[in-house]
Design a protein around this ligand. Sequence first.
Ligand SMILES: [Zn+2]
Length: 448
Amino acid sequence: MKRAAAIGLLLIASAAAASPPAGPVRSRAMLITGATLIDGTGAAPIEGAFLFVRDGPFTEISTIARKRGMLSLARDVRVIDGTGKWIIPGFVDAHVHIDARSDPARMIRWGVTAARLMAEDVSRARAFALRSLSKRRSPDFFPAAPIFTAPGGWWSSQSRDRHLDRFPATAGAARAAVRKARDLGAAEIKVMNDDMSWCRDPLPRLPKIDDGVFGALVGAARELNLRVSVHAPRRADAARAVAAGATALAHGVIDEPIDDETLARMKKDGVFYIPTLDIFDFLADPQAFVGRALSDSRILASLPRGEPARLRSPSYAAGYRERYPNAAYVASHREMLDENLRRVRDAGIPVALGTDMWAFPGAGVHLELEDFVRAGYRPVDAIRAATLVAARSIGEDSRRGSIEAGKLADFIVLENDPLADIRNTRSIESVYKHGKRAYSRYRPVEEE
Ligand SMILES: [Zn+2]
């Protein structure tokens, strides 16, 4: 029964090849030949690669020399000449929020095929994430929700969770809220552990989450096998988070060198470090950051109408200076972020690239890649942080994050060599999600 159905599908696929398909587009087999493959594992590039994709995943990855016979496969195979192109895995942004309806489409346009979505409401985030899996023009989203914080603390003014208390006042309430999150389907929670003085002084310092409540949140989550991302840009807060059992630091540490004890614990537990250098660049000087992003004609051209003018307007930068007046501190500690990134990397701790970049969804990944290279990363390692390691940070590395047989065919075709200049990750010709084209520079892509 199952077998007959599969053969029927193949026949339909062959017929569809001859004439334009009526109704929903079927996934056809695809063979890309001759491109240089950077597989996301950090391995050296493979020239003249053959990528074979059928029904979503990569089915074969090889070189011309080994698999010359592939071209004589079934007739329903669409052969794409990739000569002179580079192929890298789709990016996994390990730290995003959704601010606007257009954000997912902007992310996929820049090659982001999966992302960790930080969100306030567990069930809403989960429903949104489930829908994203079947949308071509959206990354697949993996929520970290809810975002717990102190009553009146950072992020407490954002919306509530409809079903649980994300501002628990006692350890008991914290444990109950985490259990409820798990019952609603959460696989990961996020906790804020920050008075925001590093970017908001001299504004009043925000109440920080109580130590007992914090320990209860992280402890309960780990007992229930949930991942825990912690926002803690100060060294002491980050150290407390790691000691309590956090599985990821959602931002870099800005104030001082991460201590050896914390580094050792991160290494032992495999705690992910997500430096989000771009947001520190942004807060240090919003105007300069916007200028840097818009100086790339590809980023400029990708923005919605009116957006460049809005970002460049004096009131835009002034608004950030008002809400985050401690820009001088961020600017004077920017080098510490690079230093901590190198310390973490050299200690053998997994570093995942994430952006948290509200102003440039998707494009932020490319700015962050450039930041990684400026901090001392080789381009191939920066790409690995943005693909395989980021996928591992959301528990998805068995299905995505690298170009390997059996993994989902999420990949980006580039026109220029990203290892020669990391900014060439912006030379995107096309983006594929689950083996289907989700963005093309040369032709419109329709939503299924
Ligand atoms: Zn965030």
